[in-house]
Design a protein around this ligand. Structure first.
Ligand SMILES: [Zn+2]
Length: 387
């Protein structure tokens, strides 16, 4: 609860009363079933004039299709930035629930909250006209706002499905791909086209090929133009296979070139070649090779005695340790890391570097996935869209 203070527009009295900042459906079913008073507006105790509450409120309904409703006051409309209250309130929600809510988050004008709580919003999104027809008594202005809310929800529903399917595409087994494409028709949508175009425009992570992104773009384009899923799948797999073979050949060349170098050779050209081989091994999800090359490279970086290389050695070692090296490799890595921390020119040596361990290596299982999947965004609608 927060203490809400306002000045009454009817009699000018200075009013205040507690209002909800976060409402959970499980502990406060009464509030959610209640009418708009207290949820949308408050009344002056002297003259009874109603005033809209100019604060946001979060409604949390675990396991509901719309798990979080962030209800914002009209004063937010037109704001370009994400209101700081959103992050603060969601922080409190997560802290209280002890878990990340993975469901759908919807933003809604606070004035519409009682409507959304009273109705089956999912059904309304699927038939917006019918929903609006049933709500005429609210008056045209509120019905139009509810229509906007539902339209944004409908767009968000497709965007969400597309984002999930594209995320899964990185790790679909080749044999399962035709079936996967046939059952994920959202990948043929315009929304999917836009998503892969944006992915391609954003480019691959530094040092990685744009080929996997191009293959995804080609695949979605073919589906969008109506190609049968099994044909699109086989063309995609062929492209992915060619790319994998190319990487394999490049890697083999590099390894051949590296096979004859001496153990203490710290020639910059050799070090660079090792870095390239390492990047290829990483891109191909070959963890064992990546660990071995990392151990070799770390040794050379430290031997070179250039303090600028030490941070790189620390990063390589930390990542290699996260890949599950065997006991012997682990010992080598830890020994080298200990050396690196002694030589390290910057940073706090006593700092626990557990927090430096990178996210677990999720190299795709499909030969050409070759990239770690990116975290799914759960981008809320911005209030200005609802203006
Ligand atoms: Zn008053």
């Amino acid at each position: 609860m927060v203490e809400y203070a306002w000045s009454c527009g009817g009699c000018g009295a200075a009013c205040h009363r507690p209002t909800w900042a976060i409402v959970g459906s499980e502990d406060r079913p009464g509030i959610l079933a209640a009418v708009a008073e207290g949820l949308v507006y408050v009344r002056c105790r002297s003259c009874g004039t109603a005033t809209d509450i100019d604060l946001p409120v979060v409604v949390v309904r675990p396991r509901h299709p719309f798990e979080v409703l962030f209800a914002f006051p009209d004063s937010y409309i037109g704001r370009e930035d994400e209101p700081p209250e959103y992050a603060r309130l969601m922080g409190e929600v997560y802290a209280a629930s002890g878990a990340v809510l993975s469901g759908w988050h919807l933003w809604i004008p606070r004035v519409l909250l009682p409507v959304a709580l009273a109705r089956d919003v999912e059904a309304d999104i699927d038939d917006i006209e019918k929903a609006c027809g049933e709500l005429v008594e609210l008056g045209p202005a509120l019905v139009e706002r509810y229509r906007t809310f539902l339209t944004l929800g409908a767009n968000g529903k497709e965007e969400r499905a597309v984002a999930e399917a594209l995320h899964q595409l990185w790790s679909v087994e080749p044999d399962d791909l035709p079936e996967f494409l046939a059952t994920h028709s959202e990948l043929a949508s315009l929304t999917a086209m836009r998503a892969v175009q944006a992915e391609f425009a954003a480019g691959p992570p530094p040092g990685e090929s744009e080929e996997p992104l191009r293959n995804r773009l080609d695949l979605v384009q073919a589906l969008h133009e109506g190609e049968a899923p099994h044909l699109a799948a086989s063309r995609y797999l062929a492209a992915v296979g060619r790319f994998g073979a190319q990487l394999q050949a490049q890697l083999q060349t590099k390894l051949d070139q590296l096979s004859s170098i001496g153990p203490y050779d710290t020639n910059p050209a050799i070090v660079e070649r090792l870095r390239e081989a390492l990047a290829l091994a990483r891109a191909m999800g070959m963890a064992d090779l990546e660990i071995a090359l990392s151990a070799d490279l770390i040794g050379r970086l430290l031997t070179a005695g250039d303090p600028r290389l030490t941070d790189e050695a620390v990063q390589l070692g930390t990542r290699a340790l996260s890949l599950g090296p065997d006991a012997e490799q682990r010992l080598i890595l830890l020994t080298n890391l200990a050396d690196a921390f002694v030589e390290r020119p910057t940073g706090d040596r006593t700092k626990n570097w557990g927090d430096r361990v990178p996210a677990s290596h999720g190299g795709g299982r499909i030969a050409g996935s070759l990239r770690r999947p990116q975290a799914l965004g759960n981008r809320p609608h911005e209030p200005r869209v609802l203006a």
